[in-house]
Design a protein around this ligand. Structure first.
Ligand SMILES: Cc1cc2nc3c(=O)[nH]c(=O)nc-3n(C[C@H](O)[C@H](O)[C@H](O)COP(=O)(O)O)c2cc1C
Length: 398
């Protein structure tokens, strides 16, 4: 019998893993991953919205065996949870993106690479992990959007994700307070107080000096991560509009998803334009503080889209911290969920093994929740299993 490592025993759920990650990372790095915009109301609301929705089990349906698998864009996934795009994952563990992609592939699910990965999209593709998705933005220089799209196609990415809620950078006040910059620099005082974070510093000793946004660096360019990060706010175009979506639709031959959709009108318009999937998201509360939580935005989007496009995949991210949260989202009509921060916490604690553990926690929790609900397949997760569907059942207080 193989013994379970101590960190795995301590990381018995996602909240416990977050605390382990907090202890292992320098404060500015932990806060960069953990934080949200301004008052962080939306960040908190993402999790709270799930906790206010009660489940109504129907256990006599017989769910001795649960099947968590689904087919998404023609590819079989072992469970309805994917790893979403997370810039600078390589700050949490050397080659963090590669580690997460390997863990996702081993778990039988998809990994979406961020525009702002430390590795290049070609380096990740060279791993051969699948399914792999690529996330892009609309740049003032539309040529660069086309270039990234073409590179993703050439490297065999299976789906393209256009993120639409990041054209102006959110006001992340924890970063301001901590003086967090990219790449992070630490004052002598901060370094002195880092006894518990020494393993991270040591592990990152080669990665930190060379940290960069891999996809943006052109051969021979003198641009550093600091200048790139400084420019990031000005290279994205807040004037992005539906013409850009149409142009990308014409250029990208595979599945195209829009990430950052919260309004049912935009969801319906995307479906009309032939977009293949939506990701209901507020960027984890990192962009517009005060924006509606993803879970609360979901029902109107499902209604707006599914009457005309019954099979259009609607994914959701933001605050999924339990398998039961995922069950609630699926019961409301989501096809699958994505996680970002929990993956970073897994990386910080144990690299690829940490991310594998994260995915396993969600798998176990979802499987148990489905068994207790009486849902043998994902299709059995229906609104009737939610208290909100019954006028005479009140939702659980938060
Ligand atoms: C550190 C960090 C970096 C992120 N970078 C990106 C990114 O490059 N592109 C993107 O579309 N979303 C990015 N996101 C947003 C996530 O994909 C996701 O929408 C959000 O974090 C909600 O999921 P969560 O609550 O599980 O973290 C980032 C999130 C975090 C925490």
């Amino acid at each position: 019998m193989t013994s379970v490592p101590a960190w795995q025993r301590a990381a018995y759920n996602i909240a416990a893993l977050r605390e382990l990650a907090r202890a292992k990372l320098p404060r500015p790095v932990f806060d960069f991953g953990d934080g949200g915009a301004e008052t962080e109301w939306t960040l908190r609301r993402n999790e709270q919205a799930f906790s206010e929705q009660a489940l109504v089990p129907c256990p006599l349906q017989g769910a001795a065996e649960r099947d968590l698998s689904l087919t998404l864009f023609g590819q079989r996934l072992s469970m309805p949870l994917l790893i979403g795009p997370t810039g600078l994952a390589g700050l949490f563990w050397p080659d963090g993106e590669l580690a997460s992609a390997r863990a996702a592939a081993t778990a039988g699910t998809a990994y979406c690479l961020s525009h702002g990965s430390v590795c290049t999209l070609e380096a990740l593709a060279a791993l051969g992990t699948a399914p792999r998705w690529m996330q892009v933005f609309v740049y003032r220089d539309r040529g660069f959007t086309r270039e990234l799209t073409d590179r993703a196609a050439a490297a065999g990415y299976h789906a393209l994700v256009l993120t639409v809620d990041n054209q102006l950078l959110g006001n992340r006040e924890r970063d301001l307070k901590n003086g967090f910059g990219i790449p992070p620099r630490f004052t002598p005082w901060q370094l002195l107080g880092m006894a518990r974070q020494l393993p991270w510093l040591w592990r990152m000793r080669h990665a930190l000096p060379t940290l960069t946004f891999g996809n943006y660096v052109r051969p021979g360019s003198r641009e550093t991560l600091a200048t790139l990060a400084g420019r990031m706010g000005s290279i994205l175009d807040p004037g992005m509009c539906w013409d850009d979506v149409r142009a990308l639709r014409e250029r990208w031959p595979g599945p195209l998803l829009l990430k950052g959709i919260l309004h049912p009108d935009e969801a319906a318009q995307a479906a009309r334009l032939g977009i293949d999937g939506l990701i209901v998201s507020n960027h984890g509360g990192r962009q517009l503080d005060g924006a509606i939580s993803s879970f609360e935005a979901l029902p109107a989007i499902v209604r707006a889209v599914r009457t005309t496009h019954p099979d259009l995949p609607i994914l959701l991210d933001g605050g999924i911290r339990r398998g039961a949260d995922l069950a609630k989202a699926l019961a409301l009509g989501a096809t699958a969920g994505l996680i970002a921060r929990p993956q970073l916490w897994g990386l910080a604690v144990a690299g690829e093994a940490g991310v594998a553990h994260v995915l396993e926690i969600y798998r176990r929790e979802l499987d148990r929740a489905m068994g207790l609900l009486g849902a043998a397949t994902l299709r059995d997760l229906q609104p009737r299993l939610l208290a909100g569907s019954y006028p005479n059942l009140t939702a659980m207080p938060g």
